[in-house]
Design a protein around this ligand. Structure first.
Ligand code: ADP
Ligand code: ADP
Ligand code: ZN
Length: 211
């Protein structure tokens, strides 16, 4: 099974992706995680990507398509954060066709702006192992310390309010049109992303035909 997760920043894509990895044994391809890792290591990709990420803009399509070409498995994957533009979606489609790979479902997380702002402002991540928390909805056992590895949690630079506003604007302009693109292909599945983590998980199971 191959799935794409789509939705605004902070909709809960990464959180559900981790659950799907456990449940279905899928490989999680998060372009945001790959880019943040590259930034941390200071690779040429990271150096290029950082300036866009810090401003809340998208990394250019040619870079992203090249990256996906390198990391996309043949089967059993979750794409989280890609595609984010129409040219990326078209490039992906060509790539999948060449390889004879099919996307089973594009799961769209429907959430309103109030929820996005609350989710992103409370999001904390572990700079060491990448675990993601929320100060109110998914707090670590010890204040601001990662349950898994004991590292002090941080707020992502791009989760600051000014950058969040820009990311939302970019999402509306460049990514939202993909909802119709996939609806027309008949593979769009909508879930109510404002519900609890458990409830969203249940909705995803049911749209995937396992409810
Ligand atoms: P979120 O999950 O909060 O929406 P991500 O971690 O997916 O954010 O992405 C963080 C940043 O990485 C984006 O704001 C953008 O700069 C860059 N990025 C990630 N995926 C892509 C992509 N497919 N195309 C262009 N830029 C991307
Ligand atoms: P995305 O990958 O779409 O940017 P995340 O999975 O990182 O979103 O979630 C954003 C924030 O919201 C995180 O702090 C996460 O712990 C929290 N979160 C995720 N799903 C839910 C939910 N259903 N209810 C409440 N908080 C959630
Ligand atoms: Zn950790």
């Amino acid at each position: 099974m191959n799935i794409i997760l789509m939705g605004p920043p902070g909709a809960g894509k990464g959180t559900q992706a981790k659950i799907l990895v456990e449940e279905y044994g899928l490989k999680h391809i998060s372009t945001g995680d790959i880019l943040r890792e590259a930034v941390k290591k200071g690779t040429p990709l990271g150096i290029k990507a950082k300036e866009y990420m810090d401003r809340g803009e998208l990394v250019p399509d040619d870079i992203m398509v090249g990256l996906i070409r390198e990391v996309l498995p043949k089967d059993n994957f979750i794409l989280d954060g890609f595609p984010r533009t129409l040219p990326q979606a078209e490039a992906l489609e060509r790539m999948l066709k060449e390889e004879g790979i099919k996307i089973d479902a594009v799961i769209f997380f429907d959430v309103n702006d109030d929820v996005i702002v609350e989710r992103l402002s409370g999001r904390r991540s572990c700079p060491s192992c990448g675990a993601v928390y929320h100060i109110k909805y998914n707090p670590p056992r010890n204040n601001e310390i990662c349950d898994r590895c004991g590292t002090k949690l941080v707020q992502r630079d791009d989760d600051r309010e000014e950058v969040v506003r820009k990311r939302l604007e970019v999402y509306r302009k460049q990514t939202e049109p993909l909802i119709n693109y996939y609806r027309e292909k008949g593979i769009l599945r909508v879930v109510d992303g404002t519900k609890s983590v458990e409830e969203v998980k249940g909705e995803i199971s049911s749209v995937l035909g396992n409810g």
